[in-house]
Design a protein around this ligand. Structure first.
Ligand code: ZN
Ligand code: ZN
Length: 144
């Protein structure tokens, strides 16, 4: 099977879709595109629609049509961000330099205190709003 990322269709699609900087970290180097829906998903779907595995060529054509659709959700992403995204990591939004695992943390280890401050501020906001909400409720009760 021909590598989909070496086809003319991919090259043209990429040229149309790519932006001038990484949408994750802002880098302008080593840019590529990242499809939200992986090609194998489009191919699996096409295989089911076409019906038989021996008609793989036909399924490939169908999958390509879906994958290279102008409406396809595509992000411009640099090589470094692509690499970390595939490992389930995320760029720290505080320093925009280090990476962290979003399953366990809110920032990289260096920015932990900043992330904690943010969360505390947010909690304070919620509490304050809650207080105001109940105060208003009390006022409304008194007025009725
Ligand atoms: Zn990047
Ligand atoms: Zn950080």
């Amino acid at each position: 099977m021909k590598n989909i990322w070496r086809t003319k269709e991919f090259k043209q699609f990429k040229e149309r879709k790519i932006k001038d900087r990484c949408e994750r970290c802002g880098s302008e180097e080593k840019l590529g595109i990242h499809h939200e829906v992986p090609f194998r998903d489009s191919l699996e779907k096409a295989k089911k629609e076409v019906g038989y595995y021996e008609r793989l060529e036909k399924a490939m054509e169908k999958a390509k049509k879906e994958y290279f659709n102008e409406e396809a959700k595509v992000t411009t992403i640099c090589k470094k961000c692509h690499f970390i995204e595939e490992r389930g990591l995320r760029l720290c939004e505080y320093c925009k330099k280090k990476y962290y695992n979003p399953l366990f943390f809110d920032s990289c280890a260096d920015c932990k205190s900043k992330a904690k401050e943010d969360i505390e501020k947010e909690m304070e906001m919620i509490e304050r709003n809650e207080e105001e909400f109940f105060k208003r409720l009390d006022l409304e009760k008194q007025n009725n």
